[in-house]
Design a protein around this ligand. Structure first.
Ligand code: OXT
Ligand code: ADP
Ligand code: MG
Length: 568
């Protein structure tokens, strides 16, 4: 039978859009071009918000963090080969960080790619994506678009969240089919991330170990923040009376000013604790793999709550693994503890409080200095107060010194308000994450950026201006990576870590109609940031930092390989 009249037909373009909409996906982060330009236009016409970036990596970082903030897969859409590869870094990053994301890339003709006959932007994208994400799918027929997208959504958000690649060859978009059959082929994903209920035995085992502790510690990771079980977690922590240490992006899940917060006594609690309960945090490099000198001499027992069973025993023995989703696990803890719980020995909690007070007191005077050019603490003292006055604002943070010092200085008060470099310590997440944070939450964003870090995504200030987003970027400009004072003794080239001295990044923002400010003292910085928070206008503040103020690699200089020869 011949296809009916035009009104009864649909095509690949529309089926992709309809499938996304059916599944509640309202925003796409993209860079247009062959073969997805029209897809973007049509999606926009159909009410999807298309956010166009200047580089796919930034669109990808936006999609990844959108997934983290919303528990729905963030969508990044790119062209073939080079656009795909640009987006792939962000997909791998999302997978590493357990953020749900789908990278959708247009691709070239299979027949030509597979025979390597040199198609436009030829590349076997599916094969390349596979090892770098949770899973990868390709759709060849219009009638499979619904199933393809459903599988991608489910794979991204269920179990341990992560990145999924969806390959859509150019030919697919133009394929036509009966409109009714097309609608019927779409799939609305039911219960995409089902609760994973922990076994009662694992809950009992964990609480028994915790009860026996003299110096217990809870470590909250970004998995706990992702879970959006904020009230249950707060209830559990408070009921238990156990000190908690937030990993970087879990800061604010409970306020950093909470009396049980041990963030300012980190070394002490890692060393001295006897039982450690990990909730949504891996024992990776950020926790020194659970062993070595940071963890002290005394024997230690680990309890771990994670949705991924294979995470258990990854680095050290886990005496009480609890596999399940954090919401369900913590609720089960709370229920089991309802009949009574004894707080940990006061000796332990007091020791932590006094260490914490000591560290806070040590830092306080450094934050009050009004030096010009600024040092990190002088500038961060100002930004600490900005977040205190605007706890709803989202803090995006990258750099080395700029990252490590901001993490310690700036207290967070609410969940999922601190977005940073994550598990890989990657530079370049800044503007993409800032843009998605503003769009997905409607809250103002303060992006605190090293001058090097900013450079990786700096062109997106145009995107910020184009969408008129309430983002204030503060660049800690110390003329380079770690420091701006290195000298190359070999020839006239600048040292490898040094940039143009006295650069004026604020002019970049002015070029696109935003507000640019050059701030040389904490007072000037304070005035400029307050104005930006009040106006909501795209703002970039070039904060002039003493080029000698930073240290090599911030707080992780110990990870730089050393050669005995070099030391001679
Ligand atoms: O308990 P103790 O006494 O130990 O004290 C601790 C806390 O208790 C205390 N503390 C407090 N005291 C008082 N008050 C408060 N409120 C408080 N809170 C805490 O402070 C200390 C320290 O606490 P912290 O920070 O919690 O603990 P610590 O020991 O640092 O924790 C360890 C870690 C490992 C968990 C932590 O350090 C961490 O999370 N680190 C992450 C580090 C990271 O990811 N860094 C980024 C990568 S560095 C490098 O790779 C860079 N590159 C290379 C590159 C990258 N990354 N990516 C790509 C795509 N290409 C290249 C580059 C290019 S950085 C970089 C650019 C750098 O230049 P910039 O210009 O951007 O930046 P600047 O350096 O500013 O110039
Ligand atoms: P951090 O860097 O903050 O220490 P990680 O990224 O290392 O955090 O760890 C996050 C962990 O949280 C991952 O092991 C992931 O499997 C887990 N996770 C993510 N979401 C959930 C959830 N809803 N329930 C249980 N575990 C989760
Ligand atoms: Mg710098």
């Amino acid at each position: 039978e011949a296809p009916g009249t035009e009104q009864e037909l649909t095509d690949g373009f529309h089926l992709v859009i309809d499938a996304l909409k059916l599944n509640g996906i309202t925003t796409i982060y993209n860079v247009p071009g062959i073969p997805i330009t029209d897809l973007g236009r049509m999606a926009q016409a159909e009410g999807i918000r298309m956010i166009s970036f200047r580089h796919e990596q930034n669109a990808g970082y936006a999609a990844g963090i959108a997934g983290y903030l919303t528990k729905k897969p963030g969508i990044c859409l790119t062209v073939s080969a080079p656009g795909f590869l640009n987006g792939l870094t962000a997909l791998a990053h999302a997978t590493t960080n357990c953020y749900p994301m789908i990278l959708i890339s247009g691709s070239s003709e299979r027949e030509i790619v597979d025979l390597q006959q040199g198609d436009y932007e030829e590349m076997d994208q599916l094969a390349i994506a596979k090892p770098l994400c949770k899973t990868a799918y390709r759709v060849l027929h219009a009638q499979d678009i619904g199933i393809g997208l459903a599988r991608a959504i489910r794979a991204a958000v269920s179990g341990r969240p992560g990145g999924v690649y969806l390959d859509l060859p150019a030919k697919l978009f133009g394929q036509v089919m009966n409109a009714d059959a097309g609608q019927k082929s779409l799939v609305k994903v039911i219960d995409a991330a089902p609760a994973q209920i922990p076994s009662p035995a694992s809950i009992k085992r964990a609480l028994d170990v915790l009860k026996g502790a003299k110096r217990p510690l809870i470590i909250l990771g970004k998995g706990a923040a992702y879970a959006q079980a904020d009230e249950e977690i707060k209830t559990f922590v408070e009921k238990s009376g156990i000190p908690f240490l937030p990993m970087s992006m879990a800061k604010g899940l409970l306020s950093d000013t909470h009396p049980q917060c041990a963030g300012a006594a980190r070394s002490t609690v890692l060393k001295e604790s006897d039982v450690v309960l990990l909730i949504g945090a891996r024992l990776n490099w950020l926790l020194s793999h659970g062993k070595g000198k940071n963890w002290g001499e005394a024997p230690k027992k680990f309890i771990q709550v994670d949705i991924e069973p294979r995470e258990m025993d990854s680095n050290v023995e886990i005496v009480a693994p609890v596999v399940g989703d954090i919401g369900s696990v913590v609720s089960a803890f709370n229920q089991a503890m309802a009949s009574g719980w004894t707080a940990p020995p006061a000796e332990w909690t007091k020791a932590i409080s006094s260490k914490r007070e000591e560290n806070v007191a040590k830092m306080a005077p450094k934050l009050m200095n009004n030096k010009s050019p600024m040092d990190y603490h002088g500038a961060l003292g100002v930004l600490k107060n900005v977040i205190k006055e605007h706890p709803e604002a989202i803090l995006v943070n990258e750099g080395a010194n700029t990252l490590d010092l901001a993490r310690g200085v700036i207290d967070m008060y609410r969940p999922r308000k601190r977005l940073d470099v994550g598990t890989w310590g990657v530079m370049g997440i800044g503007m993409g994450q800032a843009i998605a944070a503003a769009l997905e939450t409607g809250h103002p964003v303060l992006a605190v950026e090293g001058d090097s870090a900013f450079g990786f995504s700096g062109m997106e200030v145009e995107t910020i201006c184009r969408y008129n987003l309430p983002i204030c970027v503060v660049i800690f400009n110390n003329d380079g990576i770690y420091r701006g004072t290195d000298v190359n003794g070999a020839n006239a080239d600048p040292a490898t870590t040094v940039f143009v001295k006295g650069a004026r990044y604020d002019k970049m923002m002015e070029a696109f109609g935003g507000v640019g400010v050059n701030a040389t003292s904490p007072d000037e910085l304070k005035r400029a940031v307050n104005e930006a928070m009040k106006s909501g206008k795209p703002t970039l503040i070039n904060a002039v930092i003493d080029p000698a103020a930073g240290s090599e690699s911030g707080r992780i200089g110990n990870l730089n390989p050393q050669s005995v020869l070099q030391k001679k």
